[in-house]
Design a protein around this ligand. Sequence first.
Ligand code: DO4
Ligand code: MG
Length: 284
Amino acid sequence: MKLCRFLNQNQIRIGLLADDGMIIDLTAAGVTQLTPLLERDDLAAHVRSLAAQKLPEVSPSEVRFLPPVERQEVWAVGVTYLRSKKARMEESDFSATAYDKVYDAPRPELFFKSMPEKVVGTGDAVGIRSDAKWNVPEPELALVLNSRGRIVGYTVGNDMSSRDIEGENLLYLPQAKIYDRACAVGPCIEVGPSEEEARGWTITVQISRGDKVVFGGDTSVSRIKRTFTEMAEYLFRSQTFPNGAVLLTGTGVVPGDEFTLQAGDVVRIDISGIGVLENSVVIV
Ligand code: DO4
Ligand code: MG
């Protein structure tokens, strides 16, 4: 079951993506926000009962998708794939052993990524820093957690990163990771699948420059070293999230060292089981 936020005639609305591709307008049944919906233990049954009413439908081509994030902070886990550990160690000098250690340590690397209002959705632009020279998208499965830390769904995330800043010094990580348009999430929240099902999904990324594909790659969610519950549990340790949180689970696709994003590129991230997050790139 795919839930989304969209803008129709300047109104923010909540929708359910139907199998035929149309959006069922749940706001017509009184649903104005995703957050309280995600708190319900009977979420799927409740949405199904709403959708059984004759609600208006709209075509995705007529609306703008908004990120499925309302008041949730976005956090991220790092170095959860062997590919990411290798890339971080290669780009770093004296910080390399930190990545080696955190990959195997019981405590994961967790970092703050974005305030909800700064997240961009599909169709919007992601940013590369004007003072960075080596920039990449990080295609990641995102866990959607309610205020009790329960995994209520999944979405697609892009943890945009400046590799030269990150590699220069580990203490620069917040600058490499947090800036305008550095976080994209969307297009919808997939509610229902278990961790076991989600581990069967493939993450595919394609970067286009004009009419050329300049990078393509994929990985399997099953390669994430840590369990979803373990990552969620660490995030909620000694920290409350009254509106829940979105947790990016790390990247397993890293372009070769010669690759950097340019303004005008288009990044397309597809997670089988969820959908496609597509963003053009601008310099910020
Ligand atoms: O410590 C660097 C961050 C790594 C990261 O964002 C990832 O592995 O996805
Ligand atoms: Mg990342």
